[in-house]
Ligand binder design. Structure first.
Ligand code: FAD
Length: 218
């Protein structure tokens, strides 16, 4: 069986950026490709979970964006840690990577992380980004995305209404979209329910399944 190479990292910060949503960081001493994930544990031999890297390939700091699942094992404990505390990580892996083809990126919740990593790595040509969240305060990278992408960045908010924000879920938006280009790739990232529902909807609308690339946070 493949043994994961583990390294110990010291947190440079950990911050609750919206209710129950945390961003943590540590100094980067390895290379990775935007879109990849690492395993994180709080003890060397304890349980680990996977997280998308949420920072650019050449940034000095690696950041991770995560939701605290109250009944979960790792995330409540992780959120208790602060600057100077240590975590254990596995080497980066994963194939959810940038491709220069025209594409629509669709994220729900913390599923924005790999797309933000690509964005911070200068890998965002030819892309439209659709982000779904329940609350407005959770469009964490709104300013950066909207400055760079303009109308190619769309927010779908199911729990609150605001100007220039589609009121509803990402899947509602796609269901009601007049056209969905058939020659684009569709990259989906987020919780299983959203990814599976979106994938089915795209297939129903005639998008070939080999143009749909998914990263599921199960
Ligand atoms: C490839 C990959 C990348 C991932 N990247 C991220 C990421 O960047 N950010 C992030 O926040 N998570 C990410 N996840 C999810 C993450 O790995 C954990 O599953 C999550 O953080 C819960 O861990 P836990 O130990 O706290 O809960 P667990 O002890 O694993 O789970 C407790 C219960 O909560 C349920 N549960 C798990 N996740 C959720 C959820 N999101 N909402 C509601 N219920 C849930 C589980 O099914 C289980 O029943 C990713 C998962 C995968 C497979």
């Amino acid at each position: 069986m493949h043994q994961h190479i583990l390294s110990e990292q010291t947190l440079t910060f950990s911050e609750e950026i919206a209710e129950g949503v945390y961003l943590l960081g540590f100094s980067r001493d390895f290379s990775f490709r935007a879109g990849q994930v690492i395993g994180i544990g709080i003890e060397k031999d304890g349980p680990r979970r996977l997280y998308s890297i949420c920072s650019g390939e050449t940034e000095e700091e690696v950041r991770i964006l995560y939701n605290v699942i109250d009944e979960g094992y790792l995330t409540p404990r992780l959120s208790d840690l602060g600057q100077g505390d240590t975590i254990w990580i596995t080497e980066p892996r994963g194939e959810f990577l940038y491709d220069p083809a025209r594409a629509i990126y669709i994220a729900s919740g913390t599923g924005i992380a790999p797309f933000y990593s690509m964005f911070r790595s200068g890998q965002f040509g030819n892309k439209v980004l659709i982000h779904g969240e329940r609350y407005l305060e959770r469009f964490y990278f709104y300013n950066e995305f909207s400055d760079a992408l303009g109308d190619d960045y769309l927010r779908c908010c199911s729990g609150e209404e605001a100007r220039d924000v589609y009121h509803g879920r990402v899947t509602d938006y796609l269901r009601n979209a007049a056209t969905l280009p058939e020659d684009f790739k569709y990259y989906l990232c987020g919780r299983a329910e959203m990814v599976v529902e979106t994938r089915d909807l795209l297939i129903e609308r005639g998008i070939p399944f080999n143009q749909i690339i998914s990263e599921i946070y199960f």
